[in-house]
Design a protein around this ligand. Structure first.
Ligand code: BGC
Length: 910
């Protein structure tokens, strides 16, 4: 498979279930996707038919022997999520596949490069391994040293193939013959372990040999045993446990399986403590060199303990795991006091530090992590609450050591290094009495492997920094589950946060697999009464489960995934669950369809309280509306009618209860008007009045905290309103006000933190202010993506990349940039399921230039902001003479046309 053969007339970028060549999946009807490439058709490249072949090996495939499945020529333009339809898939089997397409002229392309997917273990009976671990158990507060486990086994020959299937309650790092297996960290990943534990499969053919071999693992506490959220340790398991199965196959067709069982041995080593929130303590004097090699003397090790009472449902790994994504070097080192040094990485990030330091045997260094500094230059840690985020390392011998913790991560920009005696700083040749140097610490950025897909850039440097902050907020919080924040003792899959951010997330990165996995976590945590939780995996079991705008993530997130990724299966799979949720709300609302007061409201708003029963009823309506549309997509016409009707009834109830005849919405806040407008809860006649009231509040509204001051052009929204405010203003014809909100640099605004040095999105509009300093440390994260939901508006409106609900996944794109706010250029791009969409505009010498790319096998409706079609040229030709352009018309204040795939260059008077 190749992403580089762009010029070949063939499908490219082959994917199976959002991944390139996934190993060890358990999806029984895997879906295949590809981009088409038709270099000879610059405009109008499209697929009119495809053919997929699957074979038992790439040799068979190359020899045109599709011995597993041949779709034959299928007349269809579908190039994403095509279901494999061959014989039932089998555990362990690798499926090699390739695809070709017929283009718009009916000409067959070349075959794609081959790709593959490999099934993991599909049946419980495929597993013979047993859960093992050590006898040491930590307590509610403190964990035990990390267990090391190992076993030596002999193989009768060099295997033709070998797979390691492995998982843990807690975390594992597997080793084979002294080599680390794989590059993922925090495996097996985070799920509700009572319901499911994910198993990773690794191709270890190259790591095993004839004769004696050693397999081993180090276990960490992770989410299952260590501190998780604010609920302490041992939530799922009292200690970490391992389950591993190594399967080797020989050329003669025979095979052998090595499993975790009582024959394994265990000991503790240098990892004295490890915890996601507290950090890791490592004493290198306790290292056991060669512990994962066959020759190691393990006579002092204890037999492993076997646990037969673990009732975990083993499933294949779904979606991407976490890995090292990049590294950063410090931009400065300071010495705020004594021998305490503070390294500034210039970026609030999530991960940990790798160091190379000199020290003396027995000397311990400490690394403490923080997002901000106090005014005296020391690190500010109050907002971490109970998460001490401290790593420590004790030198084994005099000299240089390199170290990086294994089983912890921190949210930080600054690292405080202390504990080294002065004379030992530096590398050989370095001034030993001197200061630590920047190159001695490296920040390792960790997050789920969600490759970048979008880019946004414009002529305003602070807005570009805002986009940067949004992306880094996403990087820091897309770690196994979409979390609220990565630093304090929380780090939970808060449902409210992701439902406002998910559309932005879908622009920035390929989150299809990541969200697919988390939606399973969410469904796993749905209550019996149908309520979705406020966090998933649900560790809080809160009385607030089911609450408005949080629980609604269960409907909103699948819907957004469907829109952005064209993924219908996610709707199918969660349909029953969504119905149960809407019915739960209906039961809670009762006859009058008004939901009761509870929940978090418009969380962290700027002094603008929006009534809770109103928010709850508005979201009840919104989720019901979406469910009706989802039912229609799935062809469930009766349900579609039923929920459309219910939506209309809730809308009527909402108006009766919360809207006056003159168009005032109860509460009178910006968020109240925004919800009423965006969720279509008002009669058409009242929409203009509601819009006017919204704008009036932005311009002149007063708030409880400073009633003598008006908002004078500022937003007051919290999480709920911030996602929708600029969308509502744009839809209501007040693009000017939307741009004004985006451009504001004083509190409360998106650029206020940017102007104050933010490198990620803050939890609160006033996380830090020059006048008041830090907000309440009990809730003041500096890496919280929710307010970054403005990113969606920036891509959709400023750059103008949008989608058509009727042809999701950007099969048909809507390109509609809306220049404004004094910007002179903006550019957005998105690697959509069909290929790269781009829209770049610039204003130069009174002309507006707009360059647009519509990917192959897709089409677009393009809006050029011009007064008349006569004013618009495309590649120097009049618009209606342009190749690939049709149905030119004037609509919604712009010249609108339909376009086939291709690259276009429009120009018109600015
Ligand atoms: C979290 C939020 C979350 C909220 C709900 C906070 O502690 O950090 O982002 O949505 O609680 O109450």
């Amino acid at each position: 498979m190749s992403d580089t053969s762009e010029e070949r007339f063939a499908p490219d970028r082959l994917r199976c279930e959002y991944a390139a060549n996934p190993l060890g999946i358990d999806e029984r009807r895997p879906r295949l996707s590809w981009w088409i490439c038709d270099p000879a058709t610059p405009r109008g490249a499209a697929q009119t038919a495809y053919q997929i072949q699957a074979a038992s090996s790439d040799v068979e495939l190359a020899a045109d022997r599709s011995d597993v499945w041949d779709s034959g020529k299928v007349e269809s333009d579908q190039s994403i999520h095509v279901e494999y339809a061959g014989p039932p898939v089998q555990s362990r089997r690798r499926y090699h596949w390739r695809v070709r397409f017929w283009n718009a002229a009916g000409r067959p392309s070349e075959w794609s490069e081959p790709a593959w997917w490999e099934m993991g273990l599909l049946e419980a009976s495929d597993y013979s391994a047993r859960w093992i671990g050590a006898s040491l158990v930590g307590g509610k507060e403190i964990g035990a040293p990390a267990p090391y486990l190992r076993k030596v086994f002999a193989l009768k020959g060099k295997p033709a193939s070998a797979r390691l299937y492995v998982t843990a309650l807690g975390l594992y790092e597997a080793q084979l013959n002294g080599q680390r297996v794989g590059e993922w960290v925090f495996t097996p990943g985070w799920t509700d372990y009572r319901r499911r534990v994910m198993v990773q499969a690794y191709d270890v053919t190259a790591a095993v040999r004839k004769g004696d071999n050693a397999v081993g693992a180090i276990l960490g506490d992770g989410w299952a045993c260590g501190h998780v959220g604010p609920v302490g340790r041992q939530f799922w398991s009292d200690r970490p446990k391992l389950l591993a199965q190594l399967e080797v196959c020989y050329d003669d067709g025979t095979s052998e399986t090595i499993i975790t069982d009582e024959s394994w041995k265990t000991a503790t080593g240098p990892i004295l403590a490890n915890d996601m929130q507290k950090g890791e303590a490592y004493d290198a004097r306790l290292e056991m060199p060669g512990w994962a090699d066959r020759g190691f003397d393990d006579s002092a090790w204890q037999p492993a303990v076997v646990f037969d009472d673990v009732r975990a449902n083993l499933v294949a790994s779904v979606g991407p795991r976490v890995r090292e994504i990049q590294t950063l070097q410090p931009v400065a080192v300071t010495q705020p006091r004594g021998r305490v040094y503070v390294f500034d990485f210039g970026q609030n990030l999530v991960g940990r530090v790798r160091f190379r330091l000199r020290g003396q045997a027995g000397e311990t260094v400490q690394l403490r992590h923080a997002e901000m500094l106090n005014s005296d230059g020391t690190i500010y840690t109050d907002n971490l609450r109970e998460a001490t985020s401290t790593d420590s390392y004790t030198f084994r011998a005099d000299g240089e050591a390199e170290w990086e913790p294994r089983f912890t991560f921190h949210g930080f920009r600054y690292v405080e290094l202390s504990g080294l005696r002065g004379q030992s700083w530096g590398r050989p040749g370095h001034d030993l009495s001197g200061e630590p140097t920047r190159d001695q610490l490296t920040a390792v950025v960790l997050h789920s492997d969600t490759p970048p897909t979008g880019q946004f850039e414009c002529s305003h440097p602070l807005i570009n920094q805002l986009q940067h902050n949004i992306v880094w907020g996403q990087k820091g919080n897309f770690l196994e589950v979409p979390t609220d924040c990565p630093q304090r003792n929380e780090r939970l899959g808060w449902t409210g946060d992701i439902q406002v951010f998910v559309r932005t997330a879908c622009f920035n990165m390929d989150v299809g697999g990541f969200m697919t996995k988390w939606l399973i976590d969410l469904a796993d945590s749905q209550q019996d009464d149908g309520a979705y939780p406020i966090v998933a995996p649900d560790i809080l079991h809160s009385g607030e489960n089911g609450t408005a705008a949080w629980a609604d993530a269960g409907v909103i997130c699948p819907w957004i995934l469907y829109l952005c990724c064209g993924d219908t299966r996610v709707l199918e799979r969660h349909y029953e669950s969504m119905v149960r949720f809407v019915e739960y709300m209906r039961a809670e609302a009762g006859e009058d369809l008004i939901r009761p007061v509870r929940g978090f409201g418009d969380w962290v708003n700027a002094d603008a309280f929006t009534p809770l029963d109103m928010i709850a009823t508005a979201y009840f309506a919104h989720s019901t509306d979406l469910l009706g549309r989802i039912a229609a997509v799935l062809g469930k016409d009766d349900d579609a009618r039923k929920y459309r009707k219910l939506f209309e009834d809730i809308k009527a109830a909402f108006c009766r209860e919360f809207v006056t005849e003159t168009g005032r919405v109860f509460g009178g806040t910006q968020t109240a008007y925004i919800m009423a407008l965006r969720f279509n809860l008002l009669p058409d006649s009242l929409r203009p009045v509601a819009m006017a009231n919204l704008v009036e509040d932005i311009e002149r509204g007063r708030c409880a905290a400073w009633p003598y001051l008006s908002r004078s052009g500022h937003l007051s929204t919290g999480f709920i309103g911030c996602k929708h405010i600029n969308l509502a203003l744009t839809e209501g014809g007040r693009l000017d006000v939307a741009y004004r909100l985006l451009m504001n640099e004083d509190y409360p605004s998106w650029l206020f933190p940017v102007r104050n040095g933010a490198t990620t999105i803050w939890e609160r509009w006033d996380g830090w202010t020059p006048e008041k300093g830090f907000q309440d440390p009990s809730m003041n994260s500096f890496n919280h993506y929710a307010f970054g939901a403005i990113g969606e508006w920036m891509y959709r409106t400023v750059a103008g990349i949008d989608l058509d609900e009727g042809r999701p996944g950007y099969k048909h794109a809507i390109i509609r940039p809306r220049p404004g706010g004094g910007l002179t250029h903006a550019r957005g791009s998105l690697d959509s399921p069909y290929g790269r969409i781009e829209c770049a505009w610039r204003i130069e010498a009174g002309q507006l230039h707009m360059d647009v790319t519509v990917p192959p096998n897709a089409t677009a409706t393009i809006h050029v902001p011009a007064a008349s079609a006569k004013d618009v040229a495309e590649s120097g030709k009049p618009l209606d003479a342009a190749e690939g352009v049709s149905n030119v018309r004037f609509a919604d204040g712009a010249v609108v046309c339909e376009a086939v795939a291709g690259t276009y260059s429009f120009a018109c008077p600015a």
